[in-house]
Design a binder for this molecule. Structure first.
Ligand SMILES: Cc1cc2nc3c(=O)[nH]c(=O)nc-3n(C[C@H](O)[C@H](O)[C@H](O)COP(=O)(O)OP(=O)(O)OC[C@H]3O[C@@H](n4cnc5c(N)ncnc54)[C@H](O)[C@@H]3O)c2cc1C
Length: 455
C-alpha cells in the first residue's frame, strides 16, 4: 500500500475486529491514527466476553487480512472445516462438503484474532485508548464525548475524520440518526442463542469430527458446533425465546435434560457441563440493522456492524466487515483524499452488498435449521455440485459464491442465486432424480437448463 504524506489525523471508534484492521490500513497510508475503545485492554487479562467464542473466517475475510500480512498466521492457527456434519435425532450423521475438494472455512478464536490485529496496529504506530466509552458524537463541532470506565470522568476529544467501527449498537450511528433523512431499521429474530461446550476428550482429542461444522437441525431451531484448537467445540443453541419448546419453557435442570434427551441425545454424553453452562451463560438476542447514509458530510463514516449488523447464519458478519475495509482501501487508491467522493462511492457500493448479505443470512437460518435435514434438499445440493463440476465457469452454487468467491459481490450472488433457484425448481420436477441420479437423463436436463441460464 502506498503512503500518502499528510498532516491529517484520523480517529477510529471501536477496537473490535473491523476497527483494528481498518486502523492498520489507515496507518499504512501514512496517517496518525487514534482508536478509542470502551473495553479495557483485554490482552493484559480479563474476560473478552461479547459474542461467539469462535467465528468462521472465509475467503472474503482473508481478502481483508491478506494485504496486512497476517492471513497465513491466522490460517495456521485456525481449524479448517471442509463441510457440514448433520446430526439427526437418532444420532445418525450425514456429511456434506461445502465446496470443491480442499475448499474450506476456518474456525478461529474471536479474541485471538482481535488481539493479533490490535498487536499489529500498535506495532504500526496506531495509538489505542482503552476504557473510553463514547457517550455521544457531536457531528457539528466534530467532538467525541467519552466517559472513563473506572473513574467515570467525562472527557472530550476533537476529531478531523471519524470512522465508526463501534458495532451493532454504534454510538456514532446513534448521533447520525438525529440528523435529517437518516434511514434506520432494526429487527430482532424471535430466537436468541446460548453458548455451550463439548470439552476435549481425556487424551486431549476432539470428541467429534474435527474438520467440520456440526449441525443438529431441528426444524424451528438448531444447535451448531465449531471446533477450537484445544480440542473442545463451542456449541450454540439457536432457540426461540417463547413458545414450546423455547428458552422460556426450560426452567430447571430436569427440563433441560428432558429437552436434550428428546432433541440432542447424541450430544449429552459429550457435554458434561451442560447444565452449568446452560444456566450460567447469557441468552443474547440476534438483530439485523440497516441504515443509510453511512457517511456524514465528508468527515464521518460507518463500517462493519455499525453500518450493517446481520444474523450469524452465513458466518459472514466479520467477513463482510473485513471486505468493507479492503474495498475502502481500494477506493482510497482511486479517490485519495477526496473524502466526499471516497465516502460516497463506498456507501453506494457497500450498502447494496450489506443489504444482500443481511437477506442471505436470514434465509440461511431456515436452510440450516430445517432444510439440511431434508432428503430432497440434499439431492438438490448434490445435483448443484454436479452442475458446478461440469460448468464451473457458468453455474456457481450460491454458498460457493458467498463463501469462496469474493470476486462476486454479495448483491450479485443474491441475484444470481435467486435465478438459479427458480431454474433448479423446474429441473427438480422433471424427473425422479433420487432414482435416476446416475442416468444420462439428468445430464441432459442439466444441459438444457444451462442453455436457458446462459440465454
Ligand atoms: C453468535 C454470533 C456468531 C457469529 N459468527 C460469525 C462467524 O462465524 N463469521 C463471521 O464472519 N461473523 C460472525 N458473527 C458476526 C461478527 O461477530 C460481527 O460481524 C463482527 O464482530 C463485527 O465486527 P465489528 O468490529 O464491526 O464490531 P464488534 O466486533 O462488535 O466491535 C465493536 C467494537 O466497538 C466497541 N464499542 C462499542 N460501543 C462503544 C462505545 N460506546 N465506545 C467505545 N467503543 C465502543 C466494542 O467494545 C467493540 O470492541 C457472529 C455474530 C454472532 C452474534
Amino acid at each position: 500500500m502506498a503512503s500518502t504524506p499528510t498532516q491529517q489525523s484520523l480517529s477510529v471508534l471501536g477496537a473490535g475486529l473491523v476497527g483494528s484492521l481498518l486502523s492498520i490500513y489507515l496507518r499504512r497510508r501514512g496517517y496518525e491514527v487514534d482508536i478509542y475503545e470502551r473495553r479495557p485492554d483485554l490482552r493484559r487479562g480479563g474476560n473478552y466476553g461479547g459474542r461467539s467464542i469462535n467465528l468462521a473466517l472465509s475467503d472474503r475475510g482473508f481478502g481483508g487480512l491478506n494485504p496486512v500480512g497476517i492471513a497465513d498466521a491466522i490460517r495456521s492457527v485456525g481449524i479448517p472445516m471442509y463441510g457440514r456434519m448433520m446430526h439427526d435425532v437418532d444420532g445418525k450423521l450425514t456429511y456434506q462438503a461445502y465446496g470443491k475438494e480442499g475448499q474450506c472455512i476456518y474456525s478461529v478464536s474471536r479474541s485471538g484474532l482481535n488481539y493479533k490485529l490490535m498487536d499489529l496496529a500498535e506495532e504500526e504506530g496506531v495509538r489505542l485508548h482503552f476504557n473510553l466509552r463514547c457517550t455521544d458524537v457531536d457531528l457539528q463541532q466534530k467532538q467525541l464525548h467519552f466517559e472513563h470506565n473506572d473513574t467515570h470522568q467525562r472527557m472530550s476529544a476533537p476529531y478531523e475524520r471519524l470512522f465508526g467501527t463501534d458495532g451493532a449498537f454504534s454510538p456514532l450511528r446513534n448521533s447520525m440518526m438525529k440528523t435529517d433523512r437518516f434511514d434506520y431499521s432494526q429487527d430482532y429474530l424471535e430466537h436468541g442463542y446460548k453458548e455451550l461446550t463439548i470439552p476435549a476428550t481425556a487424551d486431549g482429542g476432539f470428541a467429534m469430527e474435527k474438520n467440520a461444522l456440526h449441525i443438529w437441525p431441528r426444524g424451528h431451531f438448531m444447535m451448531i458446533a465449531l471446533p477450537n484448537p484445544d480440542g473442545s467445540f463451542t456449541c450454540t443453541l439457536f432457540f426461540p425465546y417463547e413458545g414450546d419448546p423455547s428458552f422460556s419453557k426450560i426452567k430447571t435442570p430436569a427440563d433441560l435434560m428432558a429437552f436434550f434427551e428428546t432433541y440432542f441425545a447424541d450430544a449429552i454424553p459429550l457435554m458434561p457441563t451442560l447444565v452449568e453452562d446452560y444456566f450460567a451463560n447469557p441468552t443474547p438476542s440476534l438483530v439485523t440493522v440497516r441504515c443509510f447514509p453511512w457517511k456524514y458530510d465528508n468527515h464521518a463514516l460507518l463500517l462493519g456492524d455499525a453500518a450493517h449488523a446481520i444474523v450469524p447464519f452465513y458466518g459472514q458478519g466479520m467477513n463482510c466487515g473485513f471486505e468493507d475495509v479492503r474495498v475502502f482501501d481500494e477506493l482510497f487508491s482511486k479517490h485519495g483524499e477526496n473524502w466526499e467522493a471516497l465516502f460516497g462511492e463506498f456507501q453506494q457500493l457497500r450498502k447494496a452488498d450489506g443489504d444482500a448479505i443481511a437477506d442471505l443470512a436470514k434465509a440461511n437460518f431456515i436452510e440450516m435449521r430445517d432444510k439440511v435435514a431434508d432428503a430432497e434438499f440434499l439431492l438438490r445440493k448434490n445435483i448443484e455440485a454436479r452442475i458446478y463440476s461440469r460448468y464451473p465457469e457458468t453455474w456457481i452454487p450460491l454458498y460457493t459464491m458467498v463463501t469462496f468467491s469474493p470476486e462476486i459481490r454479495y448483491s450479485e450472488a443474491l441475484r444470481r442465486g435467486q435465478y438459479q433457484d427458480r431454474l433448479m425448481d423446474g429441473l427438480m420436477q422433471q424427473g425422479d432424480w433420487h432414482r435416476d441420479f446416475d442416468s444420462p437423463a439428468l445430464d441432459a436436463a442439466i444441459d438444457d437448463m444451462i442453455q436457458t441460464y446462459q440465454a
